[in-house]
Design a protein around this ligand. Structure first.
Ligand code: ZN
Length: 332
């Protein structure tokens, strides 16, 4: 029973309109589902991904208007990396970020791959990673960018590459990853700030990487603000293996939820020992189950159990309006 890599990352925004503009226009992802948080229907749940929102390509957001700014600390996902095809793509993205006034760092090397760190408008820590570097045979298949994306396909984001967790004590988190979840440690390093270790699961390489930073003095945080990550989900192929993971985690005394049907996939949730909320989610049935693939994300999608309440739910949501993120480039 092997996890298939990263399934999705769910973060928090306090500004849905700005969030849609940034992730679709600047990053070129497709808004593949506009739904509501099933546990709090006053909030949008926005899903971005490749052309179909395939598992492994999704970044999703809860829209909590009153969320304060996110405070970094331990017990959190502290960076999310997307994969792009090649180093030339990173250089193209650095120029694009300048044009859109997106805060970004220099292109550096990490674990043998070129990385470009940047932030979304709410300070969400993101990275672009060249996924054409050394990879184990096989690897996680990249997503297929949407043909109507404003970003040319040769540079487009094609899924998640990695998440970085920050914890106060590396060993317990490493033990859960390797002894319970089937990860393999592939790198370890130490710098002035503390120890770090990188793990991969299933097919390995970009799309299946978790980096853990040990920061013993970092403040432990439970509250996720706007610009922070709520949880990270890992892939499992089908409901049978999903149920087996639930039983296994429960048997090992990991406090895991029952299987929850999220309609687009099934979910279980648990906290790893460092405090980060993990989810295991099924690859299917996916986002084209209730909408025509041509028209994903255009209207508010509700799972069947919420459909009878559509009018009230829609009335409680703020409309998503267009936001201009950068002055239009002036033609020469
Ligand atoms: Zn999730």
């Amino acid at each position: 029973m092997n996890l298939g890599g990263l399934h999705h990352v769910t973060a928090v925004t306090s500004n849905a309109s700005l969030n849609v503009a940034f992730y679709t226009e600047v990053l070129g992802l497709r808004l593949i589902k506009k739904s509501v948080n099933q546990d709090d229907v006053s909030a949008y749940h926005l899903f971005y991904g490749d052309e179909l929102g395939r598992a492994g390509t999704e970044m999703t957001f809860f829209d909590w208007e009153n969320a304060g700014p996110h405070l970094p600390g331990a017990g959190m996902v502290t960076a999310t990396a997307f994969r792009v095809p090649g180093r030339a793509a990173l250089a193209w993205w650095a120029r694009r970020f300048d044009a859109y006034h997106v805060s970004h760092g220099d292109i550096t090397e990490q674990g043998g791959r070129a990385v470009l760190p940047f932030q979304d408008p709410e300070g969400q820590r993101l990275e672009l990673v060249d996924d054409t570097g050394p990879a184990p045979a096989g690897g996680v298949a990249p997503g297929i960018p949407w043909a109507k994306s404003p970003v040319p396909a040769e540079y487009a984001i094609r899924g998640l590459a990695a998440v970085t967790l920050t914890v106060r004590d590396l060993a317990p988190s490493a033990a859960l990853l390797t002894q319970v979840l089937g990860f393999r440690q592939v790198a370890a390093e130490e710098d002035g700030s503390g120890r770090a270790a990188t793990f991969e699961v299933g097919p390995g390489g970009p799309g299946a990487l978790v980096r853990v930073l040990e920061r013993p003095d970092a403040p432990f945080r439970r509250q996720v603000g706007a610009g922070g990550v709520h949880h990270v989900a890992f892939r499992t192929p089908d409901p049978d293996e999903h149920a087996a993971w639930q039983e296994r985690l429960a048997r090992l005394g990991v406090g895991v939820t029952p299987v929850i049907d999220r309609y687009y996939f099934k979910s279980i949730y648990f906290r790893e020992p460092g405090g980060v909320l993990f989810e295991i989610a099924t690859d299917g049935p996916g986002f084209a189950t209730d909408e025509d693939p041509e028209h994903l994300g255009e209207r508010l999608a509700l799972p069947p159990f919420l459909e009878p309440h559509r009018a009230a739910i829609e009335a409680g949501l703020k409309p998503i309006v267009p936001v201009t993120l950068a002055p239009k480039p002036v033609a020469d």
